[in-house]
Write a new protein. Structure first.
Length: 211
């Protein structure tokens, strides 16, 4: 009896998360497509020797190595600390603002395009040689990229879903509102974050502990 009592809420939560993903699928899929296209654009630009892209890569990496807490911890050999810093930055400074920007509907796509482009231009190393040329380095780079962009796509898609629900609520969202936003849409965003949080943690752990 106790086993059934524990399993039932778990099954219900999974069903709610699946339903939230289904309702937000337009935003999630289009955000994912934007990330894919912008990453591809960044890779093509640096591999073709585009001076602007290469200069931006060097500038961004240089600034990050000098001031990013996760990279500073990495250089000190504190891998777990580095991973936790990266997790917090991705979640609090990246995903949450991207979700809130979804009320502007098109705004998260601009952020996704830029973030994806950065992910693409760092496909070359400090010597501007492709990281994709070495199988082990290519696998590490691509797995890290995919693990990060999945939760980012979910976060942006949840935000776009909120924006659409706010402007033109679907049938499922025509109920109670909070600050003019359908409460069920807010609940769906929270349900999607039940996936986003652990996925970001997994991505950060992989990035810093799988080196």
């Amino acid at each position: 009896m106790s086993t059934i009592g524990v399993a039932t809420p778990s099954i219900a939560i999974r069903a709610q998360v699946r339903r939230a993903l289904s309702r937000a699928r337009f935003g999630i899929l289009t955000m994912g497509a934007m990330y894919f296209l912008s990453v591809a654009a960044g890779i093509v630009m640096v591999l073709s020797g585009n001076e602007f892209a290469l200069a931006q890569r060097d500038n961004l990496v240089g600034r990050a190595q000098a001031s990013d807490p996760s990279l500073l911890a990495l250089h000190q050999g504190n891998l777990l600390t580095a991973a936790l810093w990266d997790f917090g930055e991705n979640l609090v400074l990246g995903a949450v603002p991207n979700t809130l920007a979804g009320f502007g509907i098109v705004v998260p796509y601009a952020g996704a395009a830029y973030r994806g482009w950065i992910g693409g231009i760092v496909s070359v190393n400090a010597a501007h040689a492709s990281r994709l040329a070495d199988p082990a380095e290519a696998a590490y780079y691509l797995i890290t990229l995919v693990l990060q962009l999945i939760p980012y796509s979910l976060a942006g898609g949840a935000g776009v879903n909120l924006g659409i629900a706010w402007l033109r609520p679907a049938t499922a969202y025509r109920g109670e509102k909070w600050l003019d936003v359908p409460k069920e849409a807010l609940r769906d965003a929270g349900r999607i974050y039940m996936l986003i949080v652990p996925l970001f943690l997994i991505a950060s752990m992989w990035e810093f502990l799988a080196r």
